[in-house]
Design a binder for this molecule. Structure first.
Ligand code: AHR
Length: 520
């Protein structure tokens, strides 16, 4: 195996781990055409999701203003600081399944007087409504993010949703606008997206797509806002491999407006929902199984896009992949209704594979939300009382921030070996290139093989590059994770590659994510 003149990752990682030099493999050829810009990657493709579920909001982010844990108006300083560093562009709230049991009036006014309900979906624990509309908007404003509010179709009504929207967005002297002011908010809130229900095919009411579509038409008739503060409306769509919801919704869209169709896709190894497998301590077949789900997700997205291309050739409707990520068996000893799971290098790799797929379909995939932001499923951050740890998935999101609002560039891979095991096959290398908002050329490369290194040789058209500078994320084991005892076991390190003999070659360690800026 040949390395370019300088490969900082190699020096750093070999010093820090017990890896042996990887086996030789023929170089993969990557061609990028910087002269043929494609669609823009909407920054909200890097969106997050915070549901009233387990310790995802309470404890994980919200501690209340009287807590000894340092906080700003109740929101944890450490967690919000880490999320700000991640440039979180968008947060979806309050669910998920919780959304279809949430009544917004329970979450306004003095916190001590708010009703206590039972969170029937998630663990049957008390929900004291301490986090409501004002607190949520305070969080997104502290983060500098946009707000995606999910309305209640399941146990709510057109009236309740219409009044919530009026409460949040009205400017004038209506009673609801005045009530908002009395509760401490003069200016209207900015609602970027509003969804009518969640998973209407399941926890949102077990509806058929035809029934939901009729419900949507009725409700949407009454969802009115001041002209300058109109959210994009999201219709709840299908799940996993389904395309029927997209079919029915997009055929009906001609008269009854929505901007996006929500679609959910969770990845779990093994193919059996009841036996998803552990988050750590898995073997290589569970590694490839999970990562192969990224391909299946890609095929599902393509199938839904094909439906939209037929029914909406003007590309008016976007796809909102508003729940995605890994889902494993609950962490032993945890409340199974809290969906607590550990997070490893495998999760970071899954996230990065998904990012490449989102980039590839940037003209239709206009927003996504990983499930979820803190302490739930594929989280960015795990907390334990006053402590927090950043997961490998956090680092993957952090490395890809230059791709927010970047312009895609076409790239092709040749000589890309198959990585195959346990009946699953993936291309070893995945690549994505874009021109960042800062004008720089960015390249992301993945090597999904956990045992063998790979080198990528770059052929760049329409620009030139003699150096690649950025960061690499890899780990000693497939299930390496960051724990409270070892919070920095998996973290990105500096990476640099220089052209030799007129060729820029980028070495990729086994199981690695490399994100670099290409420099002349
Ligand atoms: O993210 C956890 C749950 O998964 C959400 O509440 C629901 O929409 C989905 O089934």
């Amino acid at each position: 195996m040949r390395f370019p003149l300088k490969a900082t990752w190699l020096a750093l990682t070999l010093a820090a781990t017990t890896w042996s030099l990887p086996a030789a493999a023929a170089d993969v050829q990557l061609s990028i055409d910087a002269g043929k810009p494609g669609p823009v990657i909407h920054r909200n493709v890097y969106g997050q999701f915070a549901e009233h579920l387990g310790t995802g909001i309470y404890e994980g982010m919200w501690v209340g203003p009287d807590s000894k844990v340092p906080n700003v108006r109740g929101w944890r300083k450490d967690v919000v600081g880490a999320l700000k560093a991640l440039k979180v562009p968008l947060v979806r709230w309050p669910g998920g399944c919780f959304a279809d049991e949430y009544h917004w009036r329970d979450g306004i006014g003095p916190r001590g007087k708010r009703p206590v309900k039972v969170n029937t979906h998630w663990g049957g624990v008390p929900e004291n409504n301490a986090v409501g509309t004002h607190e949520f908007f305070d969080l997104v404003e502290q983060l500098g993010a946009e707000a995606y509010v999910n309305g209640n179709l399941g146990t709510g009504s057109a009236q309740e949703m219409a009044e919530w929207l009026e409460y949040m967005t009205a400017e004038g002297s209506s009673t609801l606008a005045q009530q908002r002011r009395k509760n401490g908010r003069d200016k209207p809130f900015k609602v970027s997206y509003f969804a009518v229900g969640n998973e209407a095919w399941g926890c949102g009411g077990n509806m058929t797509p035809e029934y939901y579509t009729n419900q949507y038409r009725q409700v949407a008739t009454f969802l009115k806002t001041p002209p300058g503060n109109k959210p994009q409306f999201v219709a709840s769509g299908g799940n996993a491999q389904d395309t029927r919801w997209t079919e029915v919704l997009s055929t009906q869209n001609i008269k009854f407006n929505f901007d996006l169709i929500g679609h959910h896709y969770y990845s779990f190894p093994g193919g059996e929902w009841e036996k998803k497998g552990p988050a750590v301590g898995f073997d290589e077949s569970a590694w490839i199984w999970l990562l192969a789900q990224a391909q299946d997700f890609g095929k599902t997205v393509e199938a839904n896009i094909a439906v939209l291309d037929r029914n909406d050739p003007q590309k008016r409707i976007g796809l909102a992949l508003d729940e995605w990520g890994s889902w494993y068996d609950p962490e032993p000893g945890s409340n199974p209704g809290f969906l607590v799971q550990r997070n490893t290098m495998r999760d970071a790799m899954l996230a990065a594979l998904h990012f490449h797929m989102f980039h590839e379909h940037a003209d239709r995939v206009r927003m996504t939300n990983i499930a979820q932001m803190v302490n739930v499923l594929q989280a960015m951050i795990l907390t334990d009382k006053t402590r927090m740890v950043l997961t490998p998935t956090y680092h993957a999101f952090a490395m890809y921030t230059p791709f927010q609002d970047a312009t895609t560039l076409p790239s092709t891979l040749a000589g890309n070996p198959a990585y195959a095991l346990a009946g699953k096959t993936l291309p070893t290398v995945s690549a994505s290139a874009a021109r960042g908002k800062d004008g720089k050329l960015y390249l992301a490369l993945l090597n999904v093989n956990p045992r063998e290194a790979q080198t990528v040789k770059l052929a760049l058209q329409g620009a030139s590059a003699t150096r690649a500078v950025g960061r690499v994320l890899s780990a000693a084991a497939m299930d390496s994770e960051n724990t409270f005892a070892q919070p920095q076991a998996v973290q990105p390190v500096a990476y640099e590659a220089k052209a030799a003999g007129g060729t820029l070659s980028l070495p990729l360690p086994p199981k690695s994510i490399v994100v670099v800026a290409l420099e002349d």
